[in-house]
Write a protein that binds this ligand. Sequence first.
Ligand code: COA
Length: 424
Amino acid sequence: MKALDGIKILDFTHVQSGPTCTQLLAWFGADVIKVERPGEGDATRKQLIDVPGADSLYFTMLNHNKRSITIDTKNKRGKEILERLVKTCDVLVENFAPGALDRMGFSWERIQELNPRMIMASVKGFGPGKYEDCKVYENVAQCAGGSASTTGFRDGPPLVTGAQIGDSGTGLHLALGIVTALYQRERSGRGQRVLAPMQDGVLNLCRVKLRDQQRLEKGPLKEYSQFGEGIPFGEATPRAGNDSGGGQPGRILKCKGWETDPNAYTYFITQAAVWEKVCDVIGEPEWKTKPGYAKPVERLDKLNEIFARIEQWTMTKTKFEVMDICNPLDIPVGPILSLKEIAADEGLRATGTIVEVDHPERGPYLSVGCPIKMSDSPVEVKRSPLLGEHTDEILTEVLGYSKEEAAELRTVGATEIVKRQAAE
Ligand code: COA
């Protein structure tokens, strides 16, 4: 038994944001039916190819545990199949460009007519307003949601982050909206529309930066390095380099081997509660009582000096030795782990967060499994579907077409029309 057993998802998503959402729902037990364009499928199947002829890692790592049906939804017969899917499924998830679903003939009003219990969930780049018609990708959302202007160093340009907060982050937001709407439907009997705009999702993750914007109006942000360096603040929340985003000062510091290893670094937090232990570890016991150093507020204008001293110490240790020494003392530190190290991490493999999956076209590959662990809803990561792999079984078992009808639809009908036209 899994949490979402019995829930059918019409997965009309592509690229990253939508697929992340439906992959999570599939891991929680929903039957996720991915509708793809005949002959092409999700564009990511053929993007960033590493094994010629095989679905890319981009696609396979975002579409586990789903079934794939190919339908030309602009064709009359294809629309009929889609209508049946809408009537049969609990949730429709889509992240097309604004207006695409309406142009296909599946407006929210039409979907409600077909199935009043349907939850229709969408990712769009922007919410209602002047940018609502824009097509949006990850980095645009990072820039429009406040992340880029607050990431990077003060004297450099805005930076995008490696974490896909616009796409995967919004997929997470949407998944929460969907399960919440499913819960409400239990009592109301009605479906509803769920919208997760990427700009809003990124901003939600940048909440602390809007906090700082308002604090800035009352005075300088004393925990930012820039304060200790005597550099005046401008009008907007600045980029804070590797300063900690909270009230406990922190920095990324070099460790032994940094000259040759780009990831020989540790994050180090001088949490007030363990200041005395920090002083002992780095060999500055007098800082425990010295005026100007003993109290957190007195240290704020000396953070560069303090972290330079701590770095002298971390540079004598590997990032893992820093962890081994500091952890027992409750000093919060974290090694900068490369993806190579993470891929080999036995702990992450043991919990299923890093999984090895086999695939008929590409052989075994590594993926990120479900990052949310539920004690009563175990996750088994299954490979992504080949394009149209489940067309027949969905037509017959889910939608009730006879075997003959399904064969007709597959060979001369709606599911293959685009291929045929291309061939002609
Ligand atoms: N059969 C026939 N046509 C299909 C189809 C199918 N099974 N599935 C999709 N299509 C058509 C749609 O009807 C639409 O056609 P139209 O523009 O003629 O109406 C088209 O394919 C979908 O186009 P679109 O969504 O515009 O794709 P794109 O590659 O041009 O744009 C994005 C990609 C991501 C920029 C855009 O989808 C978008 O902005 N999405 C919302 C924000 C988002 O999720 N961004 C992050 C993606 S990771």
